[in-house]
Design a binder for this molecule. Sequence first.
Ligand SMILES: *Cc1c(COP(=O)(O)O)cnc(C)c1O
Length: 401
Amino acid sequence: MTLANGRPYLAIPGPSVIPDAVLQAMHRAAPNIYEGALPEMVHGMVPDLKYVAQTDGHVAIYICNGHGMWEAVLANTVAPGEKVLVPASGRFGHGWAETAEAMGIEVDLIDHDRHEAIDPERVRAALEADKAHEIKAVLAVHVDTSTSVRSDVAALRAVLDDLNHPALLMADCIASLGCDEFRMDAWGVDVMITASQKGLMTPPGLGFAFFNDRAAEVRRGMARVSGYWDWTKRAAPEMFYQFFNGTAPTHHLYGLRVALDMIREEGIEAVWQRHADLAGAIWAAVEHWGAEGPLTLNIPDRALRSHAVTSLRLGAPHGARLRAWTDEKMAVTLGIGLGMSEPDDPGGTGFFRFGHMGHVNGAMILGLLGTVEAGLSAMEIPHRKGGVTAAAEHLSGCFGA
Ligand SMILES: *Cc1c(COP(=O)(O)O)cnc(C)c1O
């Protein structure tokens, strides 16, 4: 028996749900890449991308995923043998550090517990010890998608300014952009990366590097930058092909155009508020269920929880069992636990995640939570019943008087 026939819901933290309007915009004949509507459309997307990032700086667009963007921005700013500081609070922080190491960059790693956000005081101590200013950049993941912790990026800028340390502040907003509040210029971020398949609601395949004049200056001082990763012409193309250093990712661009229109129309602050309200419903449900039984949120402090992704612990092997049940019986696909293995659970089967980024609304979140409550009951996993009611109560209070 299954109740899975109907529209499936991919509730993993990327790729996210793709709006029908985005899919429809992509369904068309191949366009001319030399002149006409496509080049015009891409030039027009630049201000909208900067609006989503809240920056007046520069943007370079790449055909790659998030891993590519880790490499792209390092290639422009840090030479082999130079040093970066990586305060990691989850798998993705470590991933960025590994990318740097593979490029011959020296990494100073601050390893946080997986329930913690980046601690600005630990970053301060590391920068204070760097009297010779060997650290060229601080690489901070805004929302680490494995732990679902959200770190305070502006606090890192305050530390750098306080110490007069010249390192660039770089933020990975791949999970958070278009979901959690992020203000690149106001928060003093020099370089920010993101990708198309999470808050931007477009299939995986596009990456974006935003950078300010300080970072552009560092780029100009580099002895050598790989021609393909170089952001200079991508951000200021004289010819259309220079946007992408080759053939444009034509259909992704049509999709992204529509996604950016949707964000513009809703307004970025309303987009952030929607994600906050939906995340609040998820927390209300999970805290209610967890009042009896083993279910817990990975991040105990609400102020440090992402509004785009939620990492949960149910105990091995029940996270994996629940995912299999919701997928098979109800067509709701939950995210796997990532970077959460434990000595007695090397596969991390005790963990799972909800992706609630991008094209999601209250009905979808209530459907997700109702499905999970049904699964907990069906598998006889102890929990306090009524989490969905708690979520509905939360949502009912989101609309003001
Ligand atoms: C998804 C993600 C990445 C990696 O992106 P890919 O497209 O899978 O390479 C990096 N950092 C964060 C914070 C992410 O959420």
